[in-house]
Design a protein around this ligand. Structure first.
Ligand code: NAG
Ligand code: NAG
Ligand code: NAG
Ligand code: NAG
Length: 406
């Protein structure tokens, strides 16, 4: 093994060590008491939005397979609803923790009716009509497929009904873009309900990722088999032991920022850009990660290693039963017909410019591809960059304005 490979292998081990010890006890309260988390770190979406001067309403959306999802609304002009879709391990919080320079607050300030969604299995959505997330494995039997097919469709219908509109605007980040493409491909009738789809750091094809993520994709199958006996299903839940340990490691040591941002996070997302300053980092760590399923991670790794944007691979026998085919079918991107705007950073190791070229070959309605100016702009800067309000969001606002001038 070359030194570089060794290094990325160790990083993988570190990441796995951090995400592997999972429990659903509320260790979080204890860590929060023992440590000095900034006050914004302990506030939920509603409290944060109120702090920044806006009203907010909490809604419950029930999916057709029984999940109860919290949906937040910052009321604005009902004729211009915008849905905000979080990335992996994320929640609605991710769109407000930058305060008045966050996308949700900027959209609210511009008069949009802002709806920030949460997919199943996060701190706001560990809830089901019949299943208990602490006892029932079935609760965690989902991936990105279900986020698109069930969660996003239910949220869109809810917002359309609540606003009396026939179309919504969607802004998605990373996994939020993957679920939107899956919805358009699997339930084409929803294409009619999307006015415009703005995709920040789009994730669809994952065959040109760089750094440790590429290794994780390569070894995804092996890792999945290796951890199978451990019954992993919830990963890095908000109240989990993992999250508690991560919070301590990443916020309490003199070298926390260098360790978590510099040595682990930055190599995963694209090199450090200084857009995420040490002062702000503990607030990120207090809100993120907020849980997903093991199956979801495996599905993403499969999309990368199979080199195709395909349904979940259950193995030959179960594939035959589920899909009537030995291998999982690809999502048909030709069925996705709403207007799509791609927004990319040049220093993004997950959503790479090469994979954007593939996406543009396969997706029929890409109306624009904005490649942001700075060379350093990485994956997470789209959400949390100190200067994103000046670098990226003016383009988002301009695009929304163009599509909402009735
Ligand atoms: C966590 O702390 C909050 C307030 O600090 C309290 O309301 C809640 O009951 C605590 N939860 C647990 C499980 O201890
Ligand atoms: C957010 O916090 C407020 C105040 O503590 C509480 O009333 C509300 O239920 C919380 N909302 C969610 C979704 O947790
Ligand atoms: C955010 O608020 C601060 C202080 O309240 C203010 O100085 C700054 O100009 C605001 N920034 C934006 C982008 O509105
Ligand atoms: C649609 O909205 C109305 C009120 O605006 C509400 O009474 C009704 O229950 C909603 N229907 C659904 C399916 O959510």
């Amino acid at each position: 093994m070359s030194e570089r490979k060794m290094l990325s292998f160790f990083r993988i081990c570190l990441v796995l060590a951090i995400i592997s010890a999972v429990t659903s006890q509320t260790v979080r309260n204890i860590t929060a008491t023992l440590t000095k988390v900034p006050v914004e770190g302990l506030m939920n979406f509603t409290e944060l939005v109120q702090k920044y001067g806006y009203e907010v309403e909490e809604h419950d959306v029930i999916t057709s397979d029984g999940y109860i999802l919290k949906l937040f609304n910052i009321p604005g002009d009902k004729t211009r609803p915008v849905l905000l879709l979080p990335g992996i391990f994320g929640t609605a919080d991710d769109y407000v923790i930058r305060g008045n320079t966050s996308l949700a607050i900027i959209l609210a300030a511009s008069g949009y009716d802002v709806w920030a969604i949460n997919v199943r299995g996060t701190r706001y959505t560990r809830k089901h009509m019949t299943l208990n997330p602490d006892d029932d494995f079935a609760f965690w039997d989902y991936s990105i497929h279900e986020f698109g097919y069930y969660d996003l469709s239910a949220n869109i219908d809810y917002v359309l009904n609540a606003t009396g509109q026939s179309k919504v605007n969607i802004v998605g980040f990373s996994q939020g873009t993957t679920m939107t493409l899956i919805l358009g491909a699997t339930r084409p009738e929803y294409n009619e309900k999307v006015n415009v789809f703005i995709a920040l750091a789009p994730v669809c094809h994952l065959q040109n990722t760089r750094g440790p993520i590429a290794s994780l994709i390569t070894f995804g199958n092996v890792i999945d088999k290796a951890v199978m006996p451990f019954d992993l299903y919830e990963i890095s839940g908000y109240s989990s032991l993992t999250k508690g340990i991560m919070n301590m490691l990443c916020t309490q040591l003199p070298i926390s920022y260098e360790l978590c941002m510099g040595a682990v996070l930055a190599p995963l997302i694209g090199t450090k850009s200084d857009e995420m300053d040490p002062d702000f980092f503990p607030i990120i760590m207090a809100h993120f990660p907020s849980g997903t399923s093991w199956k979801n991670l495996v599905h993403f790794a499969q999309i990368g290693s199979r080199r195709s944007f395909s349904n979940y691979d259950y193995g030959t026998t179960k594939n035959l039963y589920k899909y009537k085919a030995f291998t999982p079918p690809n999502y048909d991107l030709r069925k996705v017909t709403f207007d799509t705007i791609l927004v990319s950073g040049k220093n993004d190791r997950i959503s790479t410019l090469k994979d954007m070229e593939l996406l543009k070959q396969n997706l029929v309605n890409v109306k624009d591809h904005m490649i942001l100016e700075p060379d350093y702009f990485n994956h997470l800067d789209h959400l949390w960059g100190r200067n994103s309000y000046a670098i990226s969001y003016p383009y988002v606002l301009e695009t929304l304005k163009r599509y909402n001038s009735h």
